[in-house]
Ligand binder design. Structure first.
Ligand code: KDG
Length: 341
């Protein structure tokens, strides 16, 4: 039976110049939609779960288009609130070679960022849910949204719903000091934290003491230290970290680490060619939630999450348009990329 999983955050219209054009050159944009928590909901819907995305969108065709887009991929939108002024937009210029990708946000005064905490009836939303997920992006949208997140996680705890949080630090939305204050209060209610070493350092000042850095990335020991400090600081049940090794635009390593307070579980390492990296962390989070809610062992959970995330890097747009069997096949070792007939 499908598990009810709820995620909460902002969905934006994503405008991407076609064919690697720069924003200043573009005469048209490809339209997709995305947002950290919406991306996770799509992953879970793709794997067959009853995934609900909670947000607020303007009561106009632009808001409806975002909702329709979620529905198209099987995400439940029953608890989406309508009203407010506008849907946030983000421009994503796809980098190539040594030119990095670029994100320009146009999200101020979006409907969700102006939502009042009392617009979300968490008792109704979370009833019967197995899992609630949010990221550090949602409380960064304003004190009202930080309060809504707090209401949600408190209700989740009351109802026995497992809570995960992807730290997802966004420097364009808030300062590290503000992030630390708000996230510290929320972490008290979190069971599973997801992030990377940059998030842990920026938000909580957590870094590996033996910061032995090879080619600009932590070694595995460093990642373990970050995971265990996070787990201990907030008495978490588990911490998952994505390990990215970007040696160059052409040589990228990708893997995951999960720590349950007793043991470290490391996934296999994938060499990835990046088509679109946006949403890679959300694909990891979606995979991890799917695996844990379905009782996978910690090792299999981190393997599933890493395989899901590896596949996302090959897909244009924020959403991870993969099936359960595609993830399972890669997880079992079929990384040939051969044509499937
Ligand atoms: O950056 C944000 O706030 C977004 O939500 C846009 C992307 O969907 C997100 O960065 C992917 O994790």
């Amino acid at each position: 039976m499908a598990n009810k999983v709820v995620t909460f955050g902002e969905i934006m219209m994503r405008l991407t110049p076609p064919n690697y054009l720069r924003i200043v050159q573009a005469e048209s944009f490809d339209v997709t939609y995305g947002g950290g928590e919406a991306n996770v909901a799509v992953s879970l819907a793709n794997y067959g779960e009853e995934a609900y995305f909670v947000t607020k969108v303007p009561d106009n065709p632009v808001g409806q288009a975002a909702v329709n887009h979620l529905r198209r991929y099987g995400v439940r939108t029953d608890y989406v609130v309508r009203g407010g002024e506008r849907l946030g937009i983000y421009f994503n210029e796809i980098g190539a070679s040594q030119r990095p990708s670029l994100v320009v946000y146009d999200r101020k005064y979006s409907a969700i960022s102006g939502a009042k905490p009392e617009e979300f009836d968490w008792e109704r939303i979370l009833i019967g849910a197995r899992w609630f997920h949010f990221t550090g992006i949602t409380p960064a949208l304003g004190d009202n949204l930080a309060q809504a997140c707090l209401d949600a996680v408190k209700t989740a705890k009351k109802l026995g719903v497992t809570v995960s949080c992807d730290l997802n630090y966004r420097k364009k939305l808030w300062s590290p000091e503000k992030a630390r204050e708000v996230m510290t209060a929320l972490m008290e209610y979190v069971d599973v934290a997801i992030g990377n070493e940059e998030d842990a350092e920026k938000v909580f000042g957590i870094k590996a003491a033996s910061s032995d850095v090879t080619k600009g990335v932590l070694n595995e020991e460093g990642y373990r230290e970050v995971a265990s400090q996070l787990l201990e600081k907030f008495s978490l049940k588990g911490v998952a970290i994505t390990l990215r090794e970007s040696f160059s635009a052409f040589d990228n390593g990708w893997s995951g680490l999960y720590y349950d307070g007793k043991e470290f579980y490391k996934s296999r390492r994938y060499e990835i060619h990046i088509v679109d990296r946006v949403g890679g962390g959300d694909a990891f989070a979606g995979g991890l939630i799917y695996a844990l809610v379905n009782g996978y062992s910690p090792q299999d959970a981190v393997e599933f999450a890493a395989a899901a995330s590896c596949l996302k890097h090959s897909i244009v747009g924020d959403f991870n348009h993969v099936t359960l069997s595609e993830v399972k096949n890669l997880m079992k070792g079929d990384a040939s990329g051969r044509v499937q007939r």
